[in-house]
Design a protein around this ligand. Structure first.
Ligand SMILES: NC(=O)c1ccc[n+]([C@@H]2O[C@H](COP(=O)([O-])OP(=O)(O)OC[C@H]3O[C@@H](n4cnc5c(N)ncnc54)[C@H](O)[C@@H]3O)[C@@H](O)[C@H]2O)c1
Length: 270
């Protein structure tokens, strides 16, 4: 059901790779709620051509940008404002990648060049996006910026590897920049800590299937899906959450508050 929650709002959505991507679902929901937006992803991700389908479906322009490259980000914001006809009301940062995870390197034997690359893509890119917007004064008053994160920033999940540190860093940027942007322009900046979700990035983590099952059994409401996450993003982009900022918001069916569940106990009682 649509409620026109984003009617007249202009956005930039990073990270829609294919129809499983959380950003893909956010774009579909934002369109349903009346927003206009540009879609962006790293030029290499565009080669797959999937994003074109989403652009057609949501009437959106695609602007390639590597989120670690400041020039690309500057062009992205300038072009988005031209295309959409004014400053940006909402931004979704839905970007994550660890070279160490990709190449199966264990946490106790990290390659630091790969670590630095993954940190730049997954965490520093968020600062780069915000700083670029700040310098161009590209975000409208009461605008809303959301980045996606995972509970491995607070608790240990061994196979999440160096992404745990990247997410901790990302969440900290939301607080630090949230202060400055709040004071200057009443722009709010939050992270959503999402349940494990079957996507390209998610499935790259070792043991993901067992892990998603475990989370499902631990969460009283079950795992939050990508569609659920999109709904939550829409509320944060809307005017109904104007004084929520600098928060890490758990969107995980209750997982983050659990010690153990009956379903998990039963599994071990067998
Ligand atoms: N899937 C999960 O289990 C899960 C859980 C919690 C949080 N998250 C987070 O959600 C976000 C979206 O991931 P997803 O699960 O939808 O997977 P996904 O693989 O569909 O999305 C990740 C995106 O990051 C993009 N990207 C990588 N390098 C980039 C760069 N240099 N510049 C611009 N874009 C770049 C990829 O092209 C891709 O579109 C990530 O931050 C991820 O860590 C995912």
């Amino acid at each position: 059901m649509a409620y026109n929650l984003l009617k007249g709002k202009k956005g930039i959505i990073f990270g829609a790779l294919d129809s499983n991507s959380i950003a893909w679902k956010v774009a579909e929901r934002a369109y349903e709620e009346g927003a206009i937006f540009t879609l962006t992803n790293a030029p290499v991700a565009m080669r797959m051509g999937e994003i074109q389908k989403l652009a057609e479906k949501t009437n959106a322009h695609i602007i390639p940008a590597d989120a670690t490259v400041l020039d690309d980000l500057e062009k992205l914001f300038i072009q988005s404002m031209e295309i959409l006809g004014g400053p940006i009301d909402f931004v979704l940062h839905s970007i994550g990648m660890s070279v160490n995870v990709r190449k199966g390197r264990p946490y106790t034997d990290l390659n630091y060049e790969w670590l630095t690359k993954g940190w730049d893509v997954s965490a520093v890119s968020f600062h780069k996006v915000l700083q670029t917007a700040w310098k161009l004064d590209a975000i409208a008053e009461w605008g809303s910026v959301v980045a996606l994160t995972y509970i491995a920033a607070q608790r240990t999940f061994p196979d999440y590897n160096d992404m745990a540190e990247n997410k901790a860093y990302l969440e900290s940027i939301a607080r630090s920049f949230g202060y400055h942007y709040g004071v200057r322009k009443k722009v709010r900046i939050n992270t959503i800590s999402q349940s494990p979700t079957r996507t390209t990035a998610g499935s790259g983590v070792k043991g993901f299937d067992a892990f998603i099952d475990y989370a499902e059994k631990m969460s009283p409401l079950g795992n939050a899906t990508a569609e659920d996450c999109a709904d939550y993003c829409i509320t944060l982009f809307s005017d109904l959450t104007r004084r929520v900022t600098m928060q890490n918001l758990y969107h995980d069916g209750g997982f983050s508050s659990m010690g153990v569940s009956q379903l998990i106990m039963e599994q071990f009682g067998k």
